[in-house]
Write a protein that binds this ligand. Structure first.
Ligand SMILES: [Zn+2]
Length: 177
């Protein structure tokens, strides 16, 4: 069997494509344990990489792109239960959903800034501007946290809705209609 054929087999098992296979392998922790950092993702400090292990880029895992390497991954992949893959995919969807909501909120905040003539970055140059940003900040913080929470779909929608309403309300309250 060729390396490519082995990769296709593993990709099918993990319900993905060969293009996205490496990310899926890392996500499910099926790669080889990095022999430089022992899997912790960190190594002694150096000025270019900080403490992040540069061999595995901090993931703690490596993939050796050879038939033997993909055979090892295959042997781990056959142990993965379908419900574990499903749980992983659910996590990915949660994260995408929450980060999409985060972007929507941020875009609305930016447009409001443009309408009220606020600097486009977070420079606080008036009490109104500070108050406006302070009112929005909890919603964006909440949405970044929700990326890592399971089954957060409804909560994400609720936070986004409240955040967007707050932007509209505060824009009128602080800067007039
Ligand atoms: Zn490493």
């Amino acid at each position: 069997m060729t390396t490519e054929a082995m990769k296709i087999k593993v990709a099918e098992m993990l319900k993905t494509t060969t293009e996205k296979l490496n990310a899926r392998v890392f996500g499910l922790k099926l790669g080889d344990v990095c022999d430089r950092c022992g899997g912790c993702g960190e190594y002694s400090f150096n000025p270019t990489h900080g403490t992040k292990c540069f061999k595995c880029d901090g993931s703690g895992q490596t993939i050796s792109n050879s038939l033997a390497g993909w055979k090892r991954i295959y042997n781990r992949a056959i142990q993965v239960k379908p419900y574990e893959i499903e749980a992983y995919l659910q996590d990915l969807r949660n994260r995408k959903n929450a980060s999409g909501a985060f972007k929507t909120l941020h875009t609305a905040w930016k447009s409001a800034n443009e309408r009220i003539g606020m600097p486009k970055h977070f420079t606080l140059n008036s009490p109104q501007h500070s108050a406006f940003n302070a009112a929005i900040a909890p919603f964006s913080e909440k949405l970044s946290t929700l990326q890592y929470k399971k089954d957060s779909h409804n909560e994400v929608l609720a936070v986004l809705k409240e955040g967007l309403e707050t932007i509209a309300k505060k824009e009128i309250e602080l800067f007039g209609s």
